[in-house]
Design a protein around this ligand. Structure first.
Ligand SMILES: Nc1ncnc2c1ncn2[C@@H]1O[C@H](COP(=O)(O)OP(=O)(O)OP(=O)(O)O)[C@@H](O)[C@H]1O
Ligand SMILES: [Mg+2]
Length: 223
């Protein structure tokens, strides 16, 4: 049997919901706690030429690992990785990504960011959800704290449960979007609909504050 990895897979209901923001804050919290942490983004598209998410994670994790391990599959087009790979005539299977993640996981606690929404395709016949199954890491699901999130969060939680992926919690993150009345009730209703007890809001804050808030919410899982 493959040894269990230590860490968290950060997945999202959609693109642009706050996965990198949360993953970077988690890297910061673990590093400040003196843990050897690696922030990985196995698939990243929109690299023109920089892999910005991978760089943001490394800024906080300071693992010193090469980009080839932190972000092995990079694409120029800002489109789902599977489609970008197809356009470039490449095949980058999740087995290869999982192998690299497992290798890094021998020496580091892992914070892995998925690419786009949970059901987006990352390679020819695999989605982020398939990657979650392959890695077996507990997932932290990030959604937008905005109108529309309840359906997205409910569907994503159902999909994770159908594949028996452990759910660490649900974070409703407040990005740059405008205020809307649903923000007052989204957390309570997401919890009611999904029965994920650890569902909480992340206000629009800085990364240092987010690291403190996430540490408090996710203890003892960050120990
Ligand atoms: N709670 C928050 N406080 C402050 N800024 C936030 C918060 N949540 C998200 N953001 C900001 O919202 C924007 C989108 O978030 P982010 O880049 O983390 O999304 P993502 O899910 O990683 O997107 P992608 O699918 O492209 O990887 C970023 O500018 C990020 O810094
Ligand atoms: Mg991101």
């Amino acid at each position: 049997m493959k040894p269990a990895l230590r860490g968290i897979l950060v997945v999202g209901t959609d693109t642009g919901v706050g996965k990198t923001f949360v993953a970077a804050a988690l890297c910061r919290a673990l590093r400040q706690a003196g843990r050897p942490v690696a922030g990985l983004k196995p698939y990243e598209s929109g690299c023109r030429p920089t892999a910005k998410d991978a760089a943001a994670l490394e800024r906080e994790a300071q693992s010193g690992l090469p980009l080839s391990l932190r972000c092995p599959f990079r694409y120029r087009a800002a489109i789902a990785p599977a489609i970008a790979a197809e356009q470039e005539g490449r095949v980058d299977p999740i087995g290869a990504a999982a192998k690299i993640v497992r290798r890094v996981g021998k020496d580091y606690v892992l914070i892995v960011e998925s690419a786009g929404g949970l059901a987006s395709p990352v390679s020819k016949s695999a989605t982020n959800l398939d990657l979650a199954v392959a890695l077996g890491l507990p997932c932290l699901l990030i959604g937008r704290n905005a109108l529309g999130t309840l359906s997205q969060v409910s569907l994503a939680v159902a999909a994770l449960r159908a594949r028996e992926v452990p759910i660490l919690g649900v974070v409703l993150s407040r990005g740059a979007g405008p205020r809307d009345p649903s923000q007052a009730t989204n957390v309570e209703w997401a919890r009611r609909l999904t029965q994920v007890r650890r569902t909480f809001a992340l206000p629009r804050i800085g990364v240092a504050q987010a690291a403190r808030l996430l540490s408090a919410e996710l203890q003892p899982n960050l120990d």
